[in-house]
Design a protein around this ligand. Structure first.
Ligand code: MN
Length: 330
């Protein structure tokens, strides 16, 4: 294991103190949870179970079906299923740059709660009593894994599977710029500890539902190019999303990144009528975090998101105008 820097060590020490001195914990993560969010929650859950604590996990939105093979996933509750009588002493918030990212789970936080914040987003607001924020890490789960080692929890095959899953999801299977020597080393350690890459890849990438591939086809039919092909975008309308079977849109924007000679890609998902969840990607240096922040969102330099209201043409126009400023500024 890589030696931890002093600052992170002292934060880990404080987290260990909180865990040792409290019994009831609530773990949560951001809305529309992705593989890193779910894995980091479940690794922290394993850690607290190992320490014999009373734990509940609560996430605003439903966990996508493809993650149903992960150990502990059945313990995740939706916000409305939460036990109102459960009164946690400490909250563990993972992979979330600010408390608004928790959606309605934010309302559960009380002044007297101790808050542990572990994240790898540069834009993190340091809202916790303890904050472990390291944007040099590939994923939140990579940090949580280091905490488990610090606290001497054995890495079971189940935990190894969680950590490996979180890292491949956040690095786009080792394609994105956050793929580091360190994240590859951790994945090698996970394989040694019992994670099976082919099994995990099959679960994550080869189980798309019929409704999801139809949704992808609808989105791809809307592809447009702007600024001489430097920007590529598409959208998925609420009309298609509202059908009975859910469409899992995670990774849709990545299809746009496959197009040659584009610099920026964005995908507009109409979550409810007139309300678009926008995912932005940048292949080079253009800072989409800056663009997303203009609309109240955020993320990383090369991957960010925001929510914009309007009809699809208005939303697209506003994004293109903002992107134009950045494209000219290069
Ligand atoms: Mn993440």
């Amino acid at each position: 294991m890589r030696p931890l820097n002093k600052k992170i060590l002292s934060q880990f020490h404080r987290i260990q103190d909180i865990i040792d001195n409290n019994d009831r914990f609530l773990i949560s993560t951001h809305i529309n949870p992705d593989g890193d969010a779910i894995s980091s929650v479940l690794v922290f859950y394993a850690l607290l179970q190992y320490k014999k604590k009373t734990v509940q996990i609560c996430i605003q939105d439903v966990v996508p079906e493809k993650f149903n093979f992960l150990s502990g996933v059945e313990a995740i509750q939706k916000a409305e299923e939460m036990d109102d009588l459960f009164n946690p002493e400490a909250l563990v918030i993972l992979d979330s740059a600010d408390l608004n990212r928790l959606g309605c789970v934010k309302d559960r936080i009380k002044k007297n709660h101790l808050v542990i914040n572990i994240d790898h987003h540069a834009s993190n607001q340091r809202f916790g009593n303890v904050n472990v924020v390291d944007d040099s890490e590939s994923s939140a789960v990579e940090i949580v894994y280091q905490l488990t080692r610090y606290m001497k929890m054995p890495t079971t095959p189940e935990v190894a599977t969680l950590v490996y899953t979180g890292i491949i999801c956040d690095t786009g299977s080792f394609r994105f710029p956050n793929t580091s020597e360190r994240s590859l080393e951790v994945c090698a350690e996970m394989v040694k500890s019992g994670a099976v890459p082919e099994y995990i890849a099959e679960k994550i990438y080869y189980r798309m539902s019929r409704q999801t591939i139809k949704g992808l086809a609808s989105a791809l039919a809307t592809v447009e190019f702007h600024y001489e092909g430097r920007v590529c975008c598409m959208y998925l309308s609420y009309e298609i999303l509202k059908e009975a079977e859910p469409v899992d849109t995670e990774g849709f924007v990545d299809y746009l990144m496959a197009v040659d000679e584009t610099e920026v890609e964005f995908f507009m998902l109409e979550k409810s009528p007139g309300c678009f969840r926008v995912s932005l990607r940048s292949k080079n240096t253009l800072d989409v975090n800056g663009v997303a922040r203009k609309f109240g969102g955020g993320g990383h330099v090369r991957a960010a998101g925001c929510t914009i209201n309007g009809n699809v043409e208005e939303v697209k126009f506003r994004l293109l105008v903002e992107l134009g400023v950045y494209l000219d500024g290069k």
